[in-house]
Design a protein around this ligand. Structure first.
Ligand SMILES: [Zn+2]
Length: 143
């Protein structure tokens, strides 16, 4: 009996976030206005990024939006030489974890335009930007 034929799926796997639009509109409006925003618990002061609509510490929905100043310090990074299919057009890129002056860690791409040596502890700015595909996102930039 011959081997069973195999159907190879050539579709590109896309990962989409599913979040209530009313709760994240502030975030995307902020990016369009050049601001990166998170949420802060009015009860305990805990800051969330990506923004959350509930505080996991006190289980409250008593949250407010805050604009980050953008100042950050590089905690760690990795260079991706062989990109996954969805980022194949990007070539080499760097994913970094930066600690914002507000005290939280943010995972984001490190923009390589104008970047010289990448060193742990270097100062960076978290900024919004419009990607060439037309949507708004945020990245770290070397200072
Ligand atoms: Zn809280």
């Amino acid at each position: 009996m011959p081997d069973e034929p195999i159907l190879e799926d050539r579709r590109i796997l896309e990962l989409r976030y599913r979040m209530p639009i009313l709760q994240i509109r502030e975030f995307f409006t902020g990016l369009e206005e050049g601001k990166v925003r998170g949420t802060k618990c009015r009860d305990c002061g805990k800051i969330y990024f990506p923004p959350q609509s509930e505080c996991s510490s006190c289980m409250t929905k008593n949250m407010e939006w805050i604009d980050f100043g953008g100042d950050a310090t590089l905690e760690t990074f990795t260079t991706v030489e062989v990109a996954p299919t969805s980022f194949a057009a990007e070539g080499k890129y760097v994913v970094a974890v930066g600690k914002l002056d507000e005290g939280i860690n943010v995972l984001s791409w490190l923009n390589l335009n104008g970047t010289k040596d990448i060193k742990i502890g270097m100062k960076m700015k978290l900024k919004s930007l419009r990607k060439k595909e037309g949507y708004y996102s945020y990245e770290f930039f070397q200072e």
